[in-house]
Design a protein around this ligand. Sequence first.
Ligand SMILES: NC(=O)C1=CN([C@@H]2O[C@H](COP(=O)(O)OP(=O)(O)OC[C@H]3O[C@@H](n4cnc5c(N)ncnc54)[C@H](O)[C@@H]3O)[C@@H](O)[C@H]2O)C=CC1
Ligand SMILES: O=C(O)[C@@H]1CCC=N1
Length: 270
Amino acid sequence: MTTIAVLGAGKIGEALLSGLLQGGRSAKDLMFTERHPERAAELTEHYGVAAVEVADAAKRADVLVVAVKPQDIDPVLDQLAPLLGADSLVVSLCAGLPTALYERRLAEGTPVVRVMPNTPMVVGEAMSAVSPGRHATAEHVRVVSELLSCVGSVVEVPESQQDAVTALSGSGPAYFFFLVEAMIDAGILLGLPRAVAEKLIIQSAVGAAKMLDRTDEHPVILREAVTSPAGTTINAIRELEKHGVRAALLAAIEAARDRSVELGKAHEDH
Ligand SMILES: NC(=O)C1=CN([C@@H]2O[C@H](COP(=O)(O)OP(=O)(O)OC[C@H]3O[C@@H](n4cnc5c(N)ncnc54)[C@H](O)[C@@H]3O)[C@@H](O)[C@H]2O)C=CC1
Ligand SMILES: O=C(O)[C@@H]1CCC=N1
């Protein structure tokens, strides 16, 4: 069984560990590093997964998954550089960071696969996009895709598309949560008790997501089926269009893409 080390057990690192355990991986095949000892102890207690030093992770793990913030990557690369080589497999979950950065800073030939996952990983519903770096083979991509398929769906994209993917599905859950939050507020505005508004909106979100997933219908068709002539929905749609919600989403996702590019550029000289 593949041994996996997660380097940096924050939100996405924990989501991965938890998703892999739920997907049937044994805790003994997993390990993590974490710079905050209290956080490490909490995770070990909760999941039964060992916290280790980087050197230990590099020695014991077949796959090293980097899950620190892009701004914290430098010390991690410095630590890994003398420890890894062509036999290792590095997986980067970091927004914006190109595989070329790892290839520059790690030993020649170290295979790197860039992945953009998302937090629904905790419930086995991640969307992950994988892109091989220069030294990663089809077999490396297969290993990483298989690992990620335990925690959701996986697609392969050219690395040139990863900044767009980051803006779309990496950040995507946040947009849906934002929408749900705003719709619950609308329920409050209309005088509903908060608990009722939450139940109505969350179940509507779950139902809509399942319809998108299971009916194979285009979202426009599904939306039209709710929108009766001279009914209530079209009045709401008119307001959404008037307030530029579609344009706001285009601009928002473009801004997220730009930030991903910027995070990568910040490391261009290192
Ligand atoms: N949160 C999300 O929805 C997603 C995050 N990502 C990417 O995942 C990475 C992690 O993001 P989050 O989990 O949100 O951040 P986070 O801040 O929750 O987690 C990062 C963790 O790494 C630890 N850490 C930092 N430097 C370390 C070091 N040298 N050694 C050991 N541990 C170290 C921190 O203590 C922290 O627990 C980022 O690069 C982000 O771009 C990717 C997709 C989705
Ligand atoms: O906001 C971020 O930078 C990370 C990457 C994608 C989702 N969360």
